[in-house]
Design a protein around this ligand. Structure first.
Ligand code: NAP
Length: 286
């Protein structure tokens, strides 16, 4: 049996979709079953928080392989590592973890450092593992949908830095492939979209998809923090995101790989297709 965490999120829901299409049985551990919208009687749904050992142990019964993905949160590292311990105790043989492209022994920013330390915690348990380290998710652009729709612009403190944005649905599809197939134990895959571009080029791609001009405004880190502070009320998360963006501005995501296509047998989704798919959110207000 395969267990997915984070199945109501962007990556986990895409992994669930792919497993369902492939006819592979699986179970999900979700906090709110009402938020898990994939309706199929073959899917086992266990309700519970990753902080609830009893619910996690229950979800892990008879599980052979599991996906660990959780949103960034002050407790993320602790809860993910606790899940790993309980999974090892339950006899899970293979863990697939969503990490991040910047995760490395040298990482100093909190989020990638936590991902790397959790990877090392998994390695130390002696079970099989696969680490997926994605680049910037295209879905992050949805945070600027209101500004793009209303004013035809988005602002970020990234100057001319490049990313090879990946669609989170491709990260989910890769997760499912790695969970379903043999041969991925001990591998680290670095997941990117099809091109390495700066945010002025991102704006061009989005303009082309929408048929209306989108501008990228180069923002100062101070302005970014002030705007973000209106939405993020946790000081930990605000610091962590600002720290991460300072690293991205220095080029931490300037990596392009072919891992997505190698793993799922088709090219990664591109930004124009992504933008067209969410055109109701991005298109200019009439
Ligand atoms: N954004 C990027 O550009 C980017 C790039 C590389 C890597 N990443 C990594 O990707 C991960 C986030 O993936 P995502 O975008 O798929 O996340 P997401 O859409 O924010 O979803 C997070 C999932 O985690 C679940 N969750 C959170 N806290 C939980 C808890 N205490 N117990 C059980 N479930 C819990 C959420 O459940 P609810 O629905 O109940 O909240 C949801 O299903 C992060 O680790 C991040 O570092 C992100």
């Amino acid at each position: 049996m395969i267990l997915l965490t984070g199945a109501t999120g962007r990556v986990g829901s895409a992994a669930a979709n792919t497993l369902l299409q492939a006819g592979v049985p699986f179970r999900v551990l979700v906090r709110d079953p009402g938020k898990f919208t994939l309706a199929d009687s073959s899917i086992q749904v266990v309700a519970g928080d990753l902080g609830d050992d009893v619910a996690v142990a229950d979800a892990l019964k008879g599980v052979d392989r599991a996906l660990i993905v959780m949103g960034n949160h002050p407790d993320q590292a602790r809860l993910e590592r606790r899940f790993v311990d309980l999974a090892a105790r339950a006899g899970v043989s293979h863990l697939v973890k969503i990490s991040s492209m910047e995760a490395s022994a040298e990482a100093t920013a909190e989020l990638p450092k936590n991902h790397y330390d959790t990877e090392q915690h998994i390695v130390a348990q002696g079970l099989n593992w696969t680490f997926l380290r994605p680049n910037y998710y295209m879905q992050n652009m949805l945070m600027y949908a209101a500004s793009i729709s209303r004013a035809g612009q988005f602002a970020l403190p990234l100057a001319g830095a490049k990313t090879a944005m990946v669609d989170a649905r491709d990260v989910g599809a890769v997760s499912a492939a790695v969970l379903m197939e043999e041969g991925h134990a001990g591998h680290i895959y670095r997941l990117t979209g099809p091109e390495l571009i700066n945010f002025h080029e991102v704006a061009q791609r989005m303009s082309r998809a929408l048929g209306s001009t989108v501008h990228y405004v180069e923002q100062s880190p101070g302005d970014f923090r002030e705007v973000l502070g209106q939405f993020i009320h946790s000081a930990w998360q605000l610091d962590a995101v600002c720290e991460l963006f300072a690293e991205i501005a220095k080029g931490s995501l300037e990596h392009l790989t072919t891992d997505v296509e190698s793993l799922i047998g088709r090219p990664p989704l591109d930004l124009e297709a992504f933008t067209r798919g969410f055109s109701s959110a991005f298109a200019p207000q009439s």
